[in-house]
Unconditional design. Sequence first.
Length: 199
Amino acid sequence: MIKIRLFIFWTATVFLAACSQPPAAPERAIHDSITVKASVDEVWNAWTTSDGIKTFFAPDAKVELRVDGPFQIYINPLAAPGMKGADEMRIIGFQDKKMLSFTWNAPPSLPEARKQRTIVIVRLTARGDALTDVSIYHIGWGEGGEWDKAFDYFSKAWPNVLKNLKKRFDDGPIDWTAWLEQLKPKIVRAGVAAPEQKK
């Protein structure tokens, strides 16, 4: 009888101690999704090839679909090496036409956060032959300082990337001509000639 009472007392004590612990904070993450009018094959190609990336994400890219392959997205291909955008990012893993994960960095305007790496996971779900659900999950965040600024930046940036993806399949590939023309004066002011301006 004493053993039973001790066991009940011990179980109740452990239960109460567990209940008194504050709940673990959820992992800080950016999550967004969209449905595009395209087959899963077409959307997969858009995310996993250099030519595909250039149709919606950025004017230039270097993507090789293999573990540890490059996933380099050049938002500003006229900038100096290392300052073009997602320079030196790598593919972590993939599941054909279902999931792609890769490392990611902060923009050049946040140099301390840019030294770090976060993780982006893209998931595709086919809805018949002509619709695909696309979700982005961005994790691996620190807190405070430039971490917070980078988190805020990508909280706005990823929805725009998804909108561009949808636009790409609704209206055709993005034409980056005006974007590149807009970048040229900034490059010249920074003292770096755009490639076509070099002699």
